[in-house]
Design a protein around this ligand. Structure first.
Ligand SMILES: [Fe+2]
Length: 294
């Protein structure tokens, strides 16, 4: 049965059928998924119970992967998963939910701010592929915002004002917004800002989109308060309901999204319940902006 995609909610989200992700992905199916990602920007695969190896094989067939090293407050000896996965769970190495006040948890709930994965890396992520291995009894949705539609809906004056602007992104900036500012010198050095263009052109479709993320905390050459107000206004614009798809997780869902033209955020859920999410991440093509001299 060939792959079929049916729109779910807004036009940038689709649900895929006619594929079993546990099986090796054929070249034709990989091409169909890439084409589907270009047409949509979020694809949902239901009922895919994957081992780590199966998720890796499927992901690698779509492109080279990014590693998750030093991107959280987990110490390397406390990693629950190999670094080829981003551990998006709320679990420690013994698979127990973090205590409510655990700083690893408090840092991680920065993911409840709108963001694009790895926008704090010089080469930010292409696709994220998130697999639900354990979901809470309520809450924990992931919401996605269509940054291409958000760009299309801007007036010409705003587009002219922001095209060409470069932002500085860091996990310190997203955490600053939720009052998480206590970082060690080592963490501050690890989270030093990188530069990203505020408007991107998608390499396969040629369409422009806003490239926003709560990790963006400065605009190069702008006074800070003015930069933060503009970024706040743009995020408010881009996350209006008509641009948003809310994914309600079922066990063993796989959801794939294009970070180059979407933002997303996790929604709250009971702190004491496990939420076990395992992400593989396709590496992007390269930097979106020239970096500051070291
Ligand atoms: Fe994320």
């Amino acid at each position: 049965m060939p792959i079929a995609i049916r729109q779910v909610g807004p036009c940038f989200a689709g649900e895929v059928s006619g594929i079993d992700l546990r099986e090796p992905l054929s070249d034709a199916d990989a091409a169909a998924i890439h084409a589907g990602m270009d047409e949509y920007a979020v694809l949902v695969f239901r009922g895919e119970k994957l081992t780590g190896e199966q998720q890796l094989a499927f992901s690698r067939k779509l492109g080279p992967l990014e590693e998750a090293i030093g991107t959280s407050l987990r110490a390397p000896e406390d990693y629950r998963l190999p670094t080829v996965f981003a551990d998006v769970s709320n679990l420690d190495k013994q698979d127990r939910p973090f205590a409510r006040e655990d700083r690893r948890r408090l840092f991680a709930i920065g993911n409840r701010l709108w963001h694009s994965d790895s926008s704090f890396k010089v080469t930010p992520a292409k696709y994220s592929i998130l697999h639900a291995l354990g979901i809470p009894s309520k809450g924990g949705n992931t919401e996605f915002a269509d940054m291409r539609a958000a760009w299309d809906a801007l007036d010409a004056e705003t587009r002219a004002e922001i095209e060409g602007l470069v932002c500085e992104h860091s996990q310190m900036y997203s955490r600053r917004q939720i009052g998480f500012t206590e970082l060690t010198d080592e963490e501050k050095a690890r989270f030093r800002p990188v530069r990203q263009s505020l408007v991107r052109t998608h390499p396969s479709t040629g369409r422009k989109s806003l490239y926003l993320s709560s990790h963006a905390g400065e605009i190069v050459g702008w006074p800070l308060p003015e930069a933060l107000i503009l970024l706040r206004d743009l995020i408010e614009h881009a996350t209006q309901r008509q641009f948003v798809y809310a994914h309600k997780w079922r066990l063993h869902d796989v959801v794939m999204w294009d970070n180059r033209r979407t933002m997303h955020r996790a929604r709250p859920f009971p702190a004491e319940e496990p939420r076990d999410m395992r992400r593989t991440t396709l590496a992007g093509e390269g930097p979106t902006a020239v970096q500051a001299a070291a």
